[in-house]
Design a binder for this molecule. Structure first.
Ligand code: PLP
Length: 429
C-alpha cells in the first residue's frame, strides 16, 4: 500500500525537478520528515529514526535545540532581514576570532559553497595568481570552479599519482579546469612537485583538513604541516575547508585539532545549530584585500540577523561549555565506533571504522586503511549501500556513503540501540 511518503514524492515530482531540492537527497525512496528533536526524527508515516545525518552535519546540539529555538524566535520578532549592520554580527565575529586560530578577520555568507567561493576568489585576487590546487575526493560545494574530481569514475580519472580533473556536471565552463590542478590527497610529494614546477602560478591549495566527503580520513602525520611549509615557501595560500569539521571536531575546528593554521578557512554547518550561515575567515593581511575593496564580496542575506542570533547562541555555548561538550561527544562517538567494530568482527564482516568520533566513517573493505580517494573507491560500496539500507529499515539513519554524525544529544541508550540494530544488519550482510 502506498505510504504518505510515496504520495508526497509523487506530488513533489510534478513540481520539483527530480522531486528533491538537492541532488544529495536523491534516493529511490527519499526521506520525508515530519519533525525532529534531539537525536531522533520522525518521518511523515510516523516511523521514528535515530538520526546520524543531523541535516548533513549542522545539528551538533541535536534537532530543535532549545537554545537555538529561543534565539531564533526572539530575533524573528525584532526583524528577519536587515541587509544592514547590527550588533550580533560583531558578537559572532569576535567569538569566531577568539575560537578559531586562523581567524583575524571574518566575512559572513549563507552557505558553505559561497564561503569557499569567496576564499577561492580572494586567494586569486590577493596573490594575483590564477591556479588552485585541490585534491581528489575533496568536496568544496556545488559551484563550477571547484566541482571537480569529487567522486570521479576511476577509469576517467586516470593515473592515481597524476589524476585528471573530472568535471562534476554538465554545464561547467571548460576553462575552469585550466586553472585547477587536481592531486591525490595525503601525498605531499605530489604537491611539492607541482609547486616546484609552477608554484608562482598557484594562488592556493585548498583541502578538507580532515577529509569527510570521501570516508573520514585523518591526514597522515606531517601532511598538513608539510602543506603549510610548502605553500609558505612558494607564496601560495593554504585554505582549509572546515564546513563539516568546524566546531564539530574541536571548538576551533580541524585546524585546532591538528595544530595547523591556514591563511584562510571556510566554516558553515555546525556553527549555527541548523540555521544557514557560513563564514570566510583568515589572516588580517589576506582578508585585507576584501577590507580595502580590491576583492568583491557581497550578499543580501550575509550576516542574516536570525542566523546570527542562532550562531551567537551556539558558539557562545560551545565556547563556554567546551569542557562538557567535546570530551563526551567524542567518547560517545568512539564508543559507537568500538561497538561497531566488535559487532562486525562477531558477524565476520570486514567493517573498517575510522574517524575522530564526533564524525566517523564505516567502510566495507579488506584494506587496513583508507587514505585517499582511490582507496575509498576500492571499498565495497554495494555492500555499504546494503548496510545503509538495512540500518535505515531498522530506524537508524546514516549518510548513505557510510558517514555518521554525532550530536551532544545522542545518549548511551541510543548508542546501545544502534549497536543492536547494526549487529543484526551485519549478520544479514
Ligand atoms: C567540505 C564541504 N565544503 C563545502 C560544502 C558546501 O556547503 P553547502 O552545501 O552549505 O553549500 C560542503 C557541503 O556538504 C562540504 O561538506
Amino acid at each position: 500500500m502506498p505510504t504518505q511518503a510515496d504520495h508526497l514524492y509523487a506530488r513533489a515530482k510534478k513540481v520539483i525537478a527530480g522531486g528533491v531540492s538537492s541532488d544529495a537527497r536523491r534516493a529511490d525512496k527519499p526521506l520525508f520528515v515530519d519533525h525532529a528533536r534531539g537525536a531522533e526524527l520522525w518521518d511523515v508515516d510516523g516511523k521514528r529514526y535515530l538520526d546520524y545525518v543531523l541535516g548533513q552535519g549542522p545539528n551538533l546540539l541535536g534537532h530543535a535545540a532549545p537554545l537555538v529555538a529561543d534565539a531564533v524566535s526572539a530575533q524573528v520578532r525584532r526583524g528577519v532581514a536587515y541587509a544592514a549592520q547590527h550588533e550580533l554580527e560583531a558578537e559572532v565575529a569576535e567569538r569566531l576570532c577568539s575560537m578559531v586560530p586562523a581567524a583575524e578577520l571574518v566575512r559572513f555568507n549563507s552557505v558553505g559553497s559561497e564561503a569557499v567561493h569567496g576564499a577561492i576568489r580572494l586567494a586569486r585576487g590577493h596573490t594575483g595568481r590564477p591556479k588552485i590546487v585541490k585534491f581528489e575526493g575533496n568536496y568544496h560545494g556545488w559551484l563550477d570552479p571547484v566541482l571537480y574530481s569529487v567522486h570521479p569514475d576511476v577509469a576517467l580519472a586516470g593515473d592515481a599519482k597524476h589524476p585528471t580533473a573530472v568535471g562534476g556536471t554538465a554545464g561547467q565552463p571548460r576553462h575552469d579546469a585550466d586553472d585547477l590542478i587536481v592531486l591525490p590527497y595525503n601525498d605531499l610529494a605530489a604537491v611539492a612537485a607541482v609547486l616546484d614546477r609552477c608554484g608562482d602560478e598557484v594562488a592556493a591549495v585548498i583541502l578538507e583538513p580532515l577529509l569527510c566527503n570521501t570516508g573520514c580520513i585523518t591526514p597522515s602525520p606531517g601532511y598538513l604541516e608539510g602543506l603549510r611549509e610548502l605553500t609558505r615557501q612558494h607564496g601560495s595560500l593554504l585554505i582549509f575547508d572546515e564546513i563539516i569539521t568546524g566546531f564539530r571536531v574541536a571548538p576551533g575546528g580541524a585546524g585546532e585539532l591538528l595544530g595547523v593554521v591556514p591563511d584562510l578557512a571556510a566554516f558553515g554547518k555546525a556553527m549555527a545549530g541548523g540555521m544557514q550561515v557560513s563564514a570566510l575567515v583568515g589572516s588580517a593581511e589576506v582578508m585585507g584585500s576584501i577590507a580595502d575593496g580590491k576583492v568583491a564580496h557581497a550578499g543580501t542575506f550575509n550576516s542574516h540577523p536570525v542566523a546570527m542570533a542562532a550562531a551567537d547562541a551556539v558558539l557562545t555555548y560551545l565556547d563556554e561549555k567546551r569542557a562538557s561538550v567535546y570530551p563526551p561527544l567524542t567518547s560517545t562517538g568512539q564508543r559507537l565506533m568500538a561497538g561497531l567494530r566488535t559487532a562486525a568482527e562477531r558477524q565476520g564482516v570486514p567493517l573498517l571504522v575510522d574517524g575522530p568520533g564526533p564524525v566517523f566513517q564505516t567502510y566495507i573493505t579488506d584494506q587496513a586503511a583508507v587514505t585517499d580517494y582511490r582507496s575509498f573507491a576500492a571499498c565495497d560500496r554495494a555492500a555499504m549501500a546494503r548496510f545503509h539500507a538495512g540500518l535505515f529499515a531498522a530506524g537508524i539513519n546514516i549518510v548513505p556513503r557510510g558517514l555518521w554524525f554525532l550530536s551532544t544529544e545522542h545518549t548511551a541508550d541510543q548508542v546501545d540501540e544502534t549497536l543492536a540494530a547494526a549487529d543484526s544488519v551485519l549478520s544479514s550482510l
